[in-house]
Every structure is written in C-alpha cells, then in structure tokens.
Design a protein around this ligand. Structure first.
Ligand code: DGL
Length: 262
C-alpha cells in the first residue's frame, strides 16, 4: 500500500496550497502534484474546455498507483467534479467545494456568506448548491474575480502591493456592502492572497478551500501512511513553476518534471 500516491491536480500553481495543507497534516503520505500550467487559467474557459482538461489531468495521474485523487481546483471541481465522479465511480475522489461549503456554514453567525471565485466557478452555481443544501436560510453573494489568478501566477500577492490592494478592494466592495461575516476563498490560488484580503477586511472570517479540503481528505483516507515521497509535474515551463512555487513552499522536497499530455 505504501507505494501508492495521493494524486493532486490543479490548473497551475494554486493547488499547491492544498498540497501544502496535505503535507502539513499528513507528512508521511506519498504525494504527487500535477499543475496544468500550459492551460492555466481554467476559470475563464468554457465548461467544455475545462472538462476536457480535467479528464486529461486525471488520465495523467492514472499513470501512477493512486490511493486517492484530489481536485485541488475549485473551477475543476465545480465544472467537472460530477463528471469525474461519474467516470470513476470506484475511486476516492476528493474535492474542494463541499469541504469549504461545510466550513463556511459552520463559521457564519449572520448567515451572510460571500464567495470569491473564478468566473467558471461562480457560473456553475456549485457553491450555492453546496451551501444551501446545508443551510437553506443562508444568504449568498458571489463575486467572480478574474484578475486574481493572473496576479498569483505572477507572484503578486503582497498585502502592501498597491495593484493587489486596488484589485482586491474592487472585488471586496460588494461583499462588504452585503454585510457578509464569512468569505469563502473559492479558488485554490486565493489563500496566497489571504493576508492581503484579511488586511482589507480584518473583521470578516476567511475560509480557505485548501485547508478545508485537506481536513476532509485526512478524515476520509482508508489507509494512512507512505514514505513522504513528493513528485511534481507540470505541462509547461518547469523553471517558472519552480520560481513561483518556492515562494510559498520553501522546500518542495522533490523533483519537478515537465510532461506533455498531447
Ligand atoms: N486554482 C483554481 C481554482 O481553484 C483555478 C484557477 C484558474 O485556473 O482559473 O479555481
């Protein structure tokens, strides 16, 4: 059993926030990461494209013995999660939407929850369904934030960066006006902006879909343990990935390989 991997994938670097949470909570698991950097961002693409990318991502992960698959991307989970689970009904497939929705419902006191996510995630309505099924009284406001993924992919995450503050202020404004006490960071790239967001809305609770996902994975794994192996794969330039990744996982502890899925 111990040579099996937990296969984690995202459109790019954002899924590393999930990967990092898994590394911290389950250090001995063998972990494999695939970032589809050739196709990032997913969040501005059509549902058809996103489904195609996601099926390819999972086909790549299937080259390895897996004990679980983690969709470390809200866009992929919201648009293609149901299709994946239907396609591979016998595999343990973990996502980010359900864990983050559950955490948001636990967190809110005034039942007003904001969702920041990509355009595709917001249009899918996946968060609305996941939250309202847990609390039909919840009042939701969703804001598509298309500029945040490019900022993160380009390493612009600092809370003192005027561009970051300007962009975040615009996206946060409707959420503040609505009176939310909880915001779901409904994209795995956004935890990298958590400090910057929190500095603009210190009184609002921020839910990281990445931390929530790792918690649920830990509870759900049928067998625990491995050799703590880490492997990283990307579909475009590995140097750019490495430079960016090291900004938030200081020690990646594993090789990065560039692969072609074509
Ligand atoms: N990190 C991803 C998410 O959680 C997707 C970002 C993108 O590729 O647009 O939605």
């Amino acid at each position: 059993m111990s040579e099996q991997y937990i296969g984690v994938f995202d459109s790019g670097i954002g899924g590393l926030t999930v990967f990092k949470s898994i590394m911290e909570t389950m250090p001995s698991e063998n972990l494999l990461y695939f970032g589809d950097t050739a196709h990032v961002p997913y969040g501005t693409k059509s549902e058809k494209q996103i489904r195609k990318f996601v099926l390819n991502d999972v086909a790549f992960l299937h080259r390895f013995p897996l004990k679980a698959i983690v969709i470390a991307c809200n866009t992929a989970d919201s648009v293609a999660g149901p299709l994946l689970r239907e396609t591979y009904p016998d595999e343990p497939i973990y996502g980010v939407i359900e864990p983050a929705a559950a955490e948001a419902v636990r967190s809110t006191s005034n039942k007003k929850i904001g969702i920041m996510a990509t355009k595709a995630t917001v249009s899918s309505g996946a968060y609305d369904r996941a939250i309202l099924k847990r609390d039909p009284q919840a009042q939701l406001i969703s804001v598509p934030c298309p500029l945040l993924v490019p900022l993160v992919e380009n390493g612009r995450c600092e809370k003192d960066d005027p561009v970051v503050r300007l962009v975040l202020s615009e996206y946060l404004e409707p959420l503040i006006r609505y009176g939310v006490d909880t915001i779901v960071l409904g994209c795995t790239h956004y935890p990298l902006l958590k400090e910057a967001i929190q500095s603009l809305v210190p009184e609002i609770r921020l839910i990281s879909s990445s931390d929530a996902a790792a918690k649920v994975l830990k509870e759900g794994l049928a067998s625990a343990g491995g050799h703590g192996i880490r492997r990283y794969f990307v579909s475009d330039d590995k140097q750019q990935f490495e430079d960016n990744a090291s900004r938030f996982i200081q020690d990646l502890q594993g090789d990065i390989e560039q692969v072609s899925l074509e």
